[in-house]
Design a protein around this ligand. Structure first.
Ligand code: PGA
Length: 248
């Protein structure tokens, strides 16, 4: 075991310089548990700014990127650019990218492959919709989404964090119960043992995401297969510090 707890803040399309100053001041004030890895997912246009004011102990992630290094892709950013401004991570396959922007498993995998090749670390998101959960398809969906990533990740699992985010729990205030989250995390690990390797299953960190708050983080963090969180709304608030410190 020995998986380091990792908490990501996904700011989504929120914030301006003033609010970023406040969030960063709050993070600096902390105190943040030094045993926890912290990464903030910043809107692309503020990546360089956030990086310039954050302590080096906090990782910076883009929230998306394109699948090749450069070229005629108006409006896109590449992993090389993300690295160039000093950010080390990218969030890929978020359900908002999948549902609002129509990103399919195959495209997400191509992005993951190129981001990893370029030397970025990846938070790869998976998760079922409410309809899929109610049709008992949760495992089928998350296994399919993860399967698509296998060739893209290859033997680069050390640079990947999986984020299990049930779509029905994102931004809805409806958190998965610790048992619901733990069950999916445990079956993902079992699936990885069979389809990647026992070592990957044991070492990969799986975050839970979906309406995580300071009020529910401790109970979720106590689950054996939950190795961190991907936090949306609450990552903009002072309580993000308490979520980072949920294992204390
Ligand atoms: P939420 O978002 O915490 O606001 O539900 C989570 C996410 O989308 O990563």
């Amino acid at each position: 075991m020995g998986r380091k707890f990792v908490v990501g803040g996904n700011w989504k399309m929120n914030g301006d310089k003033k609010q970023i100053d406040e969030i960063v001041a709050n993070l600096k004030n902390g105190p943040l548990d030094s045993n926890v890895e912290v990464v903030v997912g910043v809107p692309a246009i503020y990546l360089a700014y956030a990086k310039s004011i954050l302590p080096d102990t906090i990782g910076v992630a883009a929230q998306n990127c394109w699948k090749v290094a450069k070229g005629a892709f108006t409006g896109e950013i590449s992993p090389a650019m993300i690295k160039d401004v000093g950010a080390g991570w990218v969030i890929l396959g978020h359900s908002e990218r999948r549902t609002i922007f129509g990103e399919k498993d195959e495209l997400v995998a191509e992005k993951v492959a190129h981001a990893l090749e370029s030397g970025l670390k990846v938070i790869a998101c998976i998760g079922e919709t409410l309809e899929e959960r109610e049709a008992n398809k949760t495992e089928e969906v998350v296994f399919r989404q993860t399967k698509a990533l296998l060739p893209a990740i290859g033997n680069n699992w050390a640079n990947v964090v999986l984020a299990y985010e049930p779509v029905w729990a994102i931004g809805t205030g409806k958190t998965a119960t610790p048992q619901q989250a733990q069950d999916v995390h445990a079956s993902l690990r079992k699936w990885l043992a069979a389809n990647a390797s026992a070592d990957v299953a044991d070492s990969v960190r799986i975050q839970y995401g979906g309406s995580v708050t300071a009020a529910n983080a401790k109970e979720l963090a106590a689950c054996p297969d939950i190795d961190g969180f991907l936090v949306g709304g609450a990552s903009l608030k002072p309580e993000f510090v308490n979520i980072v410190n949920a294992t204390q």
